[in-house]
Design a protein. Structure first.
Length: 719
């Protein structure tokens, strides 16, 4: 260790040497030398890229100030953006060449979970959400009306149960339909000579498409389950005449189990509050447990102690009688930190903290070697490591990440492009250069995903000087949003991603509003997205029904014939020249933003929760993370700067909304109220800074201020 130019926190050293390296073909000295080399080689480039961001933002500010209030001249704007290097030269047409991609990413369309990796229980639940009970998801949510005779109640409601069964069988009719009957007619199931047979009072019937039978368990004449397939997703019919539901079903159908969260992003970025070595080790330790397959968590629920472990693969007999093994767990990706943040877990020779994205790339890849080394790999059957890289600005930054991955592969003796990259299309300079960004990683890219929330926050900061931005609700209907969402799919398809990679859409933010999700989120597969984010395992199961209704492969084929989205649309600027909002409208917007900021920040700073269900101003639970915080803080910062509201008004709103948030959290024994001692509340001071210092934050990011206040809080707790 004396030869190293870096200083490594003892907690990280102990974790790597005692927990990660056993079983791997590298000794500690080699690993630390590799980390030293990686940081020495790439820190200057990382720093230079961030300096480029700042220079470009300054140039944008100057241009927008000079043209404030004037109609946008799109052609002149594009010339300016090209002159300063914001718009890159677009490459000639190409197809990505990514190889060794698991089918869950390459060919299967379905829901994707995103879960904070710092919480082992959540991570296990997400990994196990590959399969989910449709009956449970329907019965326990508002997906089916919960009023009157259909109210769930404290005991099983047979009327509601019947509605659940009817809903489920209707899905079967639509997705794996029978020839000449409905599933409501069936009195028993069997597999005979490799064929699915459903007995009805009118006679035996088969599937409309016999090839949809995949396998079964139990005896073929009296199977305990039958596995069918539609649009690449599996459906398991659970048959049990002794089960409370199956006992009353004519066919003994006790449940319909859907293949649900086909993939999961284990998130070490936006949904976690990781600010130091202690936090990073927790993230890495949970990732290690996932990669080794031995992660477990003990907890008490309803007075019972539970030991939650990772699900095993599901064993069946194939239709032809051969053994059939289906994955029991979601295919896992890991989201690393972007290029901006640093972490004190490793300190450089000049006394500066190491860039956290470099640390994440190194350690999550090192840990994933455990999965690659297994004879029967628990995660990637093809021998790949899937890393999602967020918050990259333009093709130079993607090329940088690609070079970092090249270096890590060489250090760990990995075949080139073993480390796959997911590109989050959530920054404006990436959106307008998406084709160039994909090209910069065309041999390893497996994922592009629109991130509406961060993308909106970046939009607000990028055009901060152009004028007052629209109200948040109106932002969703702007030209740039629709052009951005369409462009992501168009560029992905034109780059040859169909059948090779995921084109994804963002999160459904209301985990308790499943009826609304079922009604609206079908828009994602209809838009050509072969994955979209769901907020919970239950939501993933319900969202999976959309992929039975929509053949995404066919949708993508059809979309290739449409006129692609235009750059001009993405570059429209969502500001108003003369705000005409009433004082009541302005105050309502401030109240909504401030309440959301405070409700999230108080848990981030003082409880270390990077993602949680936060009640909004109307008491509706919303999944909040740093992306939603970025929008709200930038929105108030913009209105304050342009005189839509005053500093005194913002201060009064924050203090009044702090009392509202305190009341919403009054039943949490670990909660520290912000009022009335606002000066003594770390959380309140953080929220205030996010607004009043919002304009000066790099690209409007919330992380620097959040980290600083969280570190101050942790230090005070230790004192």
């Amino acid at each position: 260790m004396t030869e190293l130019s870096i200083t490594i926190d003892p907690q990280l050293i102990a974790f790597v040497e005692k927990e990660v390296l056993p079983g791997l073909p590298f000794d500690a000295a080699y690993i630390w030398r590799c980390l030293d080399t990686l940081l020495d080689d790439f820190t200057p480039r990382n720093k230079a890229l961030l300096e480029t961001r700042a220079v470009l933002q300054s140039q944008l500010n100057t241009w927008h100030r000079a043209h404030k209030g004037a109609p946008l001249d799109v052609e002149a704007y594009k010339r300016f953006l090209k002159d300063i290097g914001y718009l890159a030269a677009e490459p000639s047409d190409f197809d990505i060449t990514t190889a060794d991609v698991d089918p869950e990413i390459a060919t299967v369309a379905g829901p994707q979970l995103v879960v904070p990796i710092m919480n082992a229980r959540f991570a296990i639940n997400a990994a196990n959400a590959r399969w989910g009970s449709l009956y449970d998801a329907l019965y326990g949510t508002d997906a089916i009306d919960q009023s009157g005779d259909l109210a769930p109640g404290s005991v099983y409601n047979e009327v509601r149960g019947a509605a659940v069964v009817a809903w489920g069988k209707a899905l079967l009719d639509d997705s794996v339909g029978l020839a000449g009957a409905t599933y409501a007619d069936v009195t028993s199931f069997e597999v005979w000579e490799g064929q699915f047979i459903a007995r009805t009072p009118s006679g035996d019937v088969m599937l409309k498409d016999p090839a949809q039978l995949i396998g079964y368990s139990g005896e073929p004449g009296a199977p305990s389950s039958i596995v069918l397939q539609n649009n690449g997703l599996h459906i398991a019919l659970v048959i049990d005449r002794h089960h409370p539901v199956g006992r009353k079903d004519p066919a003994g159908l006790a449940d319909i189990v859907l293949e649900s969260a086909v993939t999961t992003i284990m998130d070490a970025e936006d949904s976690v509050a990781a600010v130091d070595a202690e936090d990073k080790v927790l993230c890495y330790r949970n990732w290690l447990g996932l990669m080794k397959g031995d992660l477990s968590e003990r907890f008490t629920k309803a007075g019972k102690e539970i030991n939650r472990t990772l699900a095993k693969d599901r064993i069946y007999t194939a239709a032809n009688g051969s053994p059939l093994v289906l994955p029991g767990r979601s295919l896992m990706l890991v989201r690393n930190v972007g290029h901006l943040m640093t972490n004190p877990a490793v300190v450089l020779s000049d006394g500066n903290e190491a860039y956290e994205g470099l640390l994440d790339g190194f350690f999550t890849s090192l840990i994933a070697l455990h999965d690659l080394a297994m004879a029967n790999r628990g995660n990637s059957r093809t021998g790949s490591v899937y890393i999602v890289k967020p918050k990259m600005h333009g093709p130079e930054e993607v090329a940088f990440a690609n070079d970092v991955f090249n270096a890590i592969e060489d250090m760990f003796d990995l075949k080139r492009n073993t480390l796959k990259i997911g590109i989050m299309d959530e920054e404006r300079r990436t959106s307008v250069n998406l084709k160039s960004c994909i090209f910069a990683a065309k041999d390893r890219v497996i994922f592009i995903n629109t991130g509406f929330l961060d993308r909106t926050g970046d939009e607000m900061h990028s055009i901060m000087e152009a004028g007052p931005v629209l109200r948040k609700g109106d932002m969703k209907t702007t030209t740039w949003i629709s052009a951005y969402e369409d462009n992501n799919v168009d560029i992905g398809l034109s780059s040859g991603m169909s059948g090779k990679a995921q084109i994804g859409k963002g999160m459904w933010a209301m985990p308790d509003e499943m009826a609304a999700m079922l009604d609206q989120k079908i828009g994602h597969p209809n838009a050509g997205a072969n994955c979209a984010w769901a907020p919970s395992p239950t939501a993933a199961t319900l969202h999976a029904t959309h992929y039975h209704q929509v053949n995404v492969k066919q949708v993508q084929k059809d979309l290739m014939n449409r006129a692609p989205a235009r750059l001009d649309g993405i570059l429209t600027i969502p500001v108003v020249s003369q705000p005409n909002w009433s004082p009541e409208d302005v105050q309502a917007e401030l109240d909504n933003n401030a309440q959301g900021i405070l409700g999230y920040v108080v848990r981030w700073v003082e409880q270390g929760l990077g993602c949680s269900k936060v009640p909004d101003i109307n008491g509706v639970g919303l999944m909040e993370d740093r992306a939603t915080l970025r929008i709200s803080s930038q929105h108030i910062a913009n209105w304050l700067y342009h005189g839509v509201c005053s500093k005194d008004q913002v201060e009064e709103t924050l203090e009044r909304m702090a009392r509202v948030v305190d009341a919403q959290n009054s039943d949490d024994p670990s909660y520290r109220p912000m009022a009335p001692d606002f000066g003594g509340s770390f959380a309140f001071k953080a929220a205030r800074d996010l607004v009043l210092k919002g304009r000066e934050q790099p690209n409007g990011y919330t992380e620097p201020l959040l980290h600083a206040h969280r570190m101050a809080f942790k230090s005070a707790q230790r004192a």
